[in-house]
Design a protein around this ligand. Structure first.
Ligand SMILES: NC(=O)c1ccc[n+]([C@@H]2O[C@H](COP(=O)([O-])OP(=O)(O)OC[C@H]3O[C@@H](n4cnc5c(N)ncnc54)[C@H](O)[C@@H]3O)[C@@H](O)[C@H]2O)c1
Ligand SMILES: [Zn+2]
Length: 404
């Protein structure tokens, strides 16, 4: 009898050391390992109807050999979540949303050894997920990254299935084999929550650089100072660009733009008509138009305006329209042709942009940019409806769900 018990214990210890997934037992002890056993069930915030989440509880399933169980620490509320909450444009309801999440590995399948960048993964590591290229496993960190996430799946925007633990607005997430995942244990929680939106801007800046116009000493206009424009400013500043003019209609956002690196700001509400506004932008640059501009609003009027702020031979990166926001009217002769403006569009990001983002977040902190102040509100999971309404009321910048 005693012999059998010892055998059982040895088997269990060995299987846990190998990261076997066969049991629901406690994670092996490790300095940074999660305290206590993994529960049998996990809460999720399930969007069950328009503007309504229910907190539901589902069993934590057995893991496959390539899967990872992550204990969620926090997740940002994105504009896409707001669209789903209000209108369900992707037709996903019922769905567990949340794609700007991060957490700790509490259990791993035996085949899991490294992350998508080749960095070792272990229990207790802090991770983020990127996209799931189920149909194209050839897309990796190490290819030329010509493809961005368009068409790929993302945790937090998956149709509900019998696993249910598919989004970061939950206590646990099951990361299935074939997903991209990154070990970001060297970043604090707030930085990790900001990775996904920051990757959008890393990609936009990389797109901007392909024009050859964005340089160390460029004059750069950033129109729109929501989270997207503000992060754009922080990235430009971190790159060493000193001449950045922020344009928005919300004074509080413009003030924060200066904290994040803008050298001057223009409140468009203080100026009547596009000529007067253009003069104000020019004044803010000390009498010059912008060499380069980033369009970070979802407003077609703002798109039409921005050409006026750019000098002849300058460049534009349009990234403000994640979804269709309608048509804009521009004058092709004055705005593009005779000015010889070079324009690039930017949409989402690539896996490589994620790795660059980790370095950006560290660099931004090193130069003293208060990047974590982008997270203005934190709510527990059971207040997720309130968190989304706060987001819709545009009371803050980035709203986050934080698990205790
Ligand atoms: N390209 C991508 O992959 C990508 C990814 C995420 C978001 N986006 C898009 O980026 C846009 C900005 O995102 P956000 O989260 O910062 O949104 P947000 O709504 O918080 O910010 C937009 C800002 O633009 C300002 N604004 C509106 N009209 C303006 C005008 N005429 N001139 C100057 N400023 C004006 C608003 O006051 C606001 O501060 C959204 O439309 C979103 O769809 C694109
Ligand atoms: Zn997002």
């Amino acid at each position: 009898m005693e012999q059998v018990n010892i055998e059982e214990i040895v088997k269990q210890v060995l299987s846990e050391m190998k990261g076997s997934t066969g049991s629901q037992a406690a994670a092996p002890a490790k300095s940074a390992a999660p305290a206590g056993a993994i529960p049998k069930t996990s809460r999720v915030a399930m969007l069950t109807g328009l503007e309504h989440y229910d907190i539901k509880e589902y069993p934590i399933p057995e893991l496959g050999d390539d899967d990872i169980l992550v204990k969620v620490e926090g997740c940002g509320v994105c504009g896409t979540d707001a669209h789903e909450f209000k209108r369900d444009p992707f037709g996903l309801i019922p769905v567990v949303l949340g794609h700007e999440g991060t957490g700790e590995i509490v259990k791993m399948g035996k085949n899991v050894k490294v992350d998508s960048a080749g960095k070792p993964l272990a229990l207790g590591d802090k991770v983020v997920t990127c996209m799931i290229f189920k149909d194209n496993p050839d897309i990796t960190m190490f290819d030329l990254n010509k493809q961005n996430v368009g068409g790929a799946d993302v945790y937090g925007l998956l149709p509900d299935d019998d696993i249910h633990l598919n989004g970061w607005f939950a206590d646990y997430l099951v990361v299935r084999g074939g997903s991209s995942i990154f070990n970001v244990s060297d970043l604090d929680l707030d930085s990790r929550i900001l990775i996904e939106p920051c990757a959008v801007l890393i990609h936009a800046v990389e797109r901007a650089k392909t024009t050859g116009i964005l340089r160390f000493n460029s004059r750069v206009a950033v129109q729109g100072c929501g989270p997207i424009g503000l992060i754009c400013i922080a990235i430009l500043k971190t790159m060493g660009i000193q001449n950045i003019v922020a344009i928005d209609g919300e004074q509080k956002r413009l003030d924060f733009a200066k904290e994040l690196g803008a050298s001057a700001s223009v409140n468009f509400k203080d100026h009547k008509g596009i000529e007067e506004l253009t003069e104000a932008v020019k004044d803010a640059f000390g009498g010059y138009l912008a060499d380069f501009a980033f369009q970070c609003t979802g407003s077609p009027v703002a798109h039409a305006n921005i050409y006026k702020f750019i000098r002849n031979g300058g460049g534009l990166c349009e990234l403000g329209f994640f979804i269709n926001g309608g048509d804009a009217t521009i004058n092709p002769h004055f705005d593009i042709c005779s000015k010889e403006i070079t324009t690039v569009g930017s949409w989402v990001y690539t896996l490589r942009d994620y790795a660059t983002t980790f370095d950006f977040l560290k660099s931004a902190k090193q130069i003293g940019l208060p990047i974590n102040k982008l997270i203005t509100h934190k709510f527990p999971l059971d207040q997720i409806n309130e968190a989304h309404h706060t987001n819709l009321r545009m009371e803050g910048l980035k709203i986050a769900i934080i698990n205790e």
